[in-house]
Design a protein around this ligand. Structure first.
Ligand code: GDP
Length: 503
């Protein structure tokens, strides 16, 4: 570390994060504040979303993180960075406390952030701020007007009612917090957004938490290093220097740093031994080595234009639920997605190589597919491209389902028509019916057929004939079935088609 000058601590502006349930008005509030409080003539100059902006309120600066909601915030937190000083918890007065309100509260509590409750949409006739306060009290959040310590303000973000009061409260909390920074030391902070710019290369939005950075400084974040070639403020204007609480855009990294990672700057180059060798190829070979797993998994390579989209896609894929019947011949209970690679950048030759080795699908979100690779081999690799997350997810889901379908051949062994439904729970259904062909055997799998369409699958966990447990029942007889998969729900009139797998 370079010599740091003294302990010149001076007050620094607060960094504010806005959290709350979806549709409660976080974006509207951030938009309103940006439009009205970014210095005159400059707001229109914001051409690029860099994840944060600065305002001046009554001659004092406030920085707002405008990363979408608390997902981004929790990512920042997960990586050990406490990026914000103050939280604003937005609760819509016409909707009240909702699951994501509580989730946001948990984040706020575990980060020990001072916070303000902004009860929003009070312009709506059906709004009830008192109800919100009551519901908050039920979750141990007592606002001042209810005798507690949490400041609250009733606002309407759309017309801007009382937003000024909210900003006053933020200033007040910031003053109470005695936030301090040292402008004389090298900068440190967190990465809030990253982007691969076709012209400028790796571009990172950073939030400076302490110190000062200048063009020409050396920078380090995770395995990414570099020298700051271009420094811009949140409006996209070139600057030479920036200090704590400011969001900035930096060009000069040798690779994209990760959102939420810390960064530090120095006047002298960092020793590059810190750089970790990233041998993606090796990793991939390892993860596909165990071939017996292979048919249970669908491998993915995700490429996108910005880190936040890549991460959003990765998370969505990892959360996707697939029917437990697809996948392996045994039924594929482990059917799942494995992301081999999730990176910012165009789809390039090495991605295709990886896809061929790993039998993977390539997801190309808002990026180009660089052609002239591998001729016919390439044709075999499905590439799903698009620029709307949900479209891409939908398209991919269809292909993944296809890939997970059982590949073994099978033989129909019997059919039963459902005549009665006795019980339907999440993972258990009890139905009765008549065996109309072949025989039905305990433990068998079946398809649920309704109007000649296969609705889903199931398995017979228990079988009863005339109230006695039996192993099988022949055609012509009535049967009671206990089924241990509950989705979709079986209906009267459905045909259950049983099958046996061939070796
Ligand atoms: P977010 O999901 O929390 O970011 O919510 P948005 O800011 O996107 O707002 C959700 C919806 O509520 C939008 O249709 C907004 O126009 C509306 N909305 C937000 N604030 C207000 C408000 O103060 N009054 C009214 N009437 N509508 C609002």
């Amino acid at each position: 570390m370079a010599e740091q000058k003294n302990n010149n601590l001076i007050p620094r502006p607060p960094v504010v994060v806005v959290m709350g349930h979806v549709d409660h008005g976080k974006t509207k509030l951030l938009d309103y504040i940006r439009k009205t409080s970014v210095a005159e003539g400059e707001a229109g100059g914001i051409t690029q979303h860099i994840g944060a902006y600065e305002i001046i309120h009554k001659n004092k600066k406030i920085t707002f993180l405008d990363t979408p909601g608390h997902e981004a915030f929790s990512k920042l937190r997960a990586r050990g960075a406490k990026a914000a000083d103050i939280a604003v918890l937005v609760v819509a007065a016409d909707d009240g406390v909702k699951p994501q309100t509580l989730e946001a509260l948990e984040h706020i509590k575990s980060a020990e952030l001072p916070f303000i409750v902004a009860i929003n949409k009070i312009d709506k006739p059906e709004s009830s701020p008192e109800r919100v306060k009551k519901e908050l009290a039920e979750h141990d959040v007592l606002v001042e007007s209810w005798g507690g310590k949490i400041p609250s303000v009733e606002i309407a973000a759309k017309p801007g009612t009382n937003v000024g009061e909210l900003l006053d409260l933020i200033e007040l909390l910031a003053d109470l917090g005695e936030l301090k920074g040292n402008p004389d030391k090298s900068a440190e902070g967190v990465v809030i957004e990253t982007n691969l710019d076709s012209r400028r290369g790796f571009v990172a939005s950073l939030l400076i938490l302490d110190g000062t950075m200048e063009t020409g400084d050396y920078i380090l974040s995770g395995t990414a290093t570099g020298k700051i070639k271009i420094l811009e403020n949140f409006l996209g204007n070139p600057i030479k220097k920036a200090a704590f609480s400011s969001p900035v855009l930096v060009v000069g990294f040798n690779e994209l740093p990760l959102i939420g990672d810390k960064f530090i700057t120095e006047k002298i180059p960092f020793t590059v031994t810190l750089k970790v060798a990233k041998k993606i190829g090796e990793l991939i070979e390892k993860s596909v080595e165990s071939t017996e797993e292979k048919s249970n998994y669908v491998h993915l390579i995700i490429k996108g234009d910005v880190q936040s989209s890549v991460e959003a896609l990765k998370e969505s894929f990892e959360k996707m639920q697939f029917s437990p019947f697809g996948g392996s011949p045994e039924g594929g209970e482990n059917a799942a997605i494995k992301v081999l690679k999730a990176e910012v950048g165009n789809v390039i030759e090495s991605d295709f190589k990886t896809a061929i080795i790993g039998d993977a699908l390539i997801i190309a979100f808002n990026v180009k597919i660089e052609t002239a690779i591998f001729g016919t081999e390439k044709e075999k690799i499905p590439v799903i491209s698009g620029n709307i997350i949900y479209d891409v997810l939908d398209k991919a889901e269809a292909i993944i389902k296809e890939k997970l379908k059982p590949k073994t051949t099978r033989e129909e062994t019997g059919r039963l028509q459902v005549l009665a439904i006795f019980r339907q729970e999440k993972n258990r259904q009890v139905v009765g019916g008549k065996v109309i062909s072949g025989e039905i055997v305990k433990g068998s799998r079946f398809e649920i057929i309704r109007n000649d369409i296969i609705m889903g699958q199931g398995r017979i966990a228990g079988l009863q004939s005339e109230k006695k447990e039996v192993g099988k029942i022949e055609a012509g007889k009535e049967a009671g079935l206990e089924i241990d998969f509950g989705d979709p729900k079986i209906a009267i009139g459905d045909i259950l088609m049983l099958f046996r797998k061939l070796p």
